[in-house]
Design a protein around this ligand. Sequence first.
Ligand code: SF4
Ligand code: SF4
Length: 122
Amino acid sequence: MQKHDICPHYKSGYCTSPMLDTPTADVTSPNRCFNSFKGCRYFVDTGEEKQGLELYQSVEQEIKFYPLVNVMESPLESSCENYRPMRTGKGYVAFCTALGRILTVTNAEMCSKYWRSCPYRT
Ligand code: SF4
Ligand code: SF4
């Protein structure tokens, strides 16, 4: 599945749309969230490019404090749909959209080799 086919509000089986008071799994479905999310009444178009820039900026902020734990010498790849490798001013890092945080280098190695059995995937 292409990454851009997944609704940006979909996180670990839950819908985190700003239209809802709290995230819920009651409204998610594979057909809606992975294919036709733009027609979903809970979908809010925030603009993917802006989201990418905001994500990059928050990642830059976070790794200022933990560069040794998070920064990889060379970029690791993973076939997990939640895995986002990123190049930052300090080096390469990996972000997990299911966890909503930067992965440690050890985590990223697990995502690269054993992503199929990761408990955070849905
Ligand atoms: S498609 Fe709709 S239900 Fe699914 S995550 Fe997006 S906004 Fe929520
Ligand atoms: S932690 Fe799991 S869900 Fe997140 S990127 Fe790695 S393999 Fe995917």
